[in-house]
Design a protein around this ligand. Sequence first.
Ligand code: ZN
Length: 418
Amino acid sequence: MLIDTLDVLRCPYCGGRLALVESLFHHRTADELHDGILGCHCCIFPLVDGIPVLHVLPASTIARDQLQAGRPDLARRAMFGLEDDEQAEAFDAVASSNTATYRDTVEALGPNFEGGYFLYRFSDPTYIVAQAVARSVGAAVLGGKRRAIDICGGSGHVTRTLRDLSSAPPILADLYFAKVWLARRFTAPGCEPVCCDGNAPMPFARGAFGFAMCTDAFMYIWTKRQFVGEMERLVAADTPGAEPGAVLIGHTHNERTWSPSHGQPLSPEGYADLFETIEPRIFGEGHLFSDVVAGGPLDLTRRDDKETLDRSPALTIIASRHPGVFAAHALTQRTDAEGELRINPLYAVEPDGDRVRLKLAFPNEEYAEEYGACREYLPETLTLDRTAVESLATGRVSGDLIDLLRRKVIVDLPKRYY
Ligand SMILES: [Zn+2]
């Protein structure tokens, strides 16, 4: 963690600033903190492998005790939930390897971690909407001058797309240490991960951000009113003339419809009532999805009527007084890779002389049911020149391949993803 990041951290319980407790075990450089104990007015928290753990759940207490005993290795094992020695040693070996992939690391964490769909995350229908909305709103309010935070951002798939918009490194906050650790290492290198509880007050300073967002997680939050109040606080623009920020809650389920992994959703008006200081606008995800599939613009001037909202399984909520937010946003497609360009792993690839045949092959029925809308942009079959496929290694696309990148037949994945 960068020492500068302490400026935006606050204790979730007393609101006090956090500082490294110099008298206890720690490991730091001139501008980074690696391991140690952070203290406020009321308590102390562990900082494990560069990640502040700002909650007091059992693993955090064990990690804090291990750090005080001078054992950062055992503190990290506790935060990863690795109890059995054999599994812990196997994980440590993968974690210290320079060639291990995201997939290798996830597998070393055991079968209960994360499910198997991360491989397809960058092209799933929920993700392409979340990415387009986050980038459009983020670009409008951040302007390269302010910072973004992705709350309950898991292993950082959306955080990845905020990095070039956020002035200081974007903060990724999540309850699961393993996920934010994976994000910093693979999915969103350069982000600042923070481990905290979404059902507690958020451990950040008032007005520290221009953009606070949360996608695909809000329906699992029990303390929804507090969560929204906290998001409003994080983007508060208190000084006269300060530019307004924005709050985004993307892909939250709708109480009036059924969806897989339903959570505890509210109705559209129930969500609207959570906001006290900034009036929100609520969008059904369907129209936003159509905008993205069409290549833009993403039309945030639209007002979905009550019937549309009531019938939408997933909703996107945006609250902002910034004049640039509720506009039609062009969706630009970059032609160079942030990571590595690869054929979407949803395709079975069959070489055929100078050509390569691709056939859409979902991993299972469940995936097809939950994410089948990707058929609207991923063709069932496709034939490419072998030289075109080989050219992906250059990290640039031109000609027809630009459209295939936009349609996610080609995906820009983090380096060493699988
Ligand atoms: Zn405190």
